[in-house]
Ligand binder design. Sequence first.
Ligand code: M6R
Length: 366
Amino acid sequence: EKSGYPHFMLKEIHEQPRALKDTMTGRIDPERGDIRLDEITIKAEDLENIDKIFIVACGTAYHAGIVGKHAIERLTRIPVEVDIASEFRYRDPMVDDRTIVIIISQSGETADTLAALRESKKRGARIIAITNVVGSSVSREAEDVLYTWAGPEIAVASTKAYSTQLVSLYMLALKMALEKGTVDREEAVEIMREMKQLPEKAQRIIGGEQKIKELAYQYSKWDDVFFIGRGLDYAVALEGSLKLKEISYIHAEAYPAGELKHGTLALITEGIPVISLVTQEQLYEKTLSNIKEVEAREATVIAVAMEGDENIAKNANHVIYIPRTIPFLTPVLTVIPLQLFAYYAAVARGCDVDKPRNLAKSVTVE
Ligand code: M6R
């Protein structure tokens, strides 16, 4: 059932264009400027009575939530907090009947996430679940459910679940903003048009995987790797670093690029790989100056940048280009080279890619 692939993880990375398309089909209609999410019943009047949104999840789903916060706040102007499920319910969270709690879980069975859902419900919040498994506990206990149509995800490392969670969050943000009237139709249509092109752009990145494979093999011998980025690039850096740790056992850390000189720069020495994400136009110069700081310490800079950005090549040892889209949507694409980098680094190190040590696909114990 691996359809000729050596591992489920590679198969699932390659399935992303299809999974993204399936998740958006029938839901996004740029021609009519409309988002149809049949399972989401939330209306303008409900949103008027909402002060705050929480997004609660674990691991990769939590990382998707960070991007979701950005999208929802930008489009709806409702404040959003993102929480790790195993922390959330132990800190007496400020959740009540004027709160929406968005629960993200691929499996829909993660113990801490489910407990956070129940705790929020008890406090009167309205629950929206984003999950990949029809009939899962999370889907049964939430009022509204938005399914990611990623298909079964077998590898322990989550890949297509993440990218489909992202497009689900974008759709949810757009839907709420259209209901609330906080986005103008033209902007919404532009975002929808760009979203529709993501599957084809994801396919182009996958088509260029040979270069990423070579880089991963080349740097797989390092024991430490850093990921840096600002804004949405930092959110994706967190996910890239988790993926690398999880399956290749390389120590990896993600930092907001501007935070380096507050401590971590001390660890940057000659040759150390620093994967630098620079896809956010409005933060470009700022991130570039941080790249120059690591370059000055003779680190090896592997940049992930937007196609057409020739300038970056002057400040990086290697550049991986992703197709252009609006900066707001780049996480869906930027993550793919990082997934492939982690995958090939793990293969190069002879790791058991689909079943990394100490980890389970679904964490049903606390
Ligand atoms: O099924 P869930 O989305 O609730 O799982 C959450 C995490 O356990 C999961 O994303 C985990 O971090 C992945 N193994 C990361 O690749």
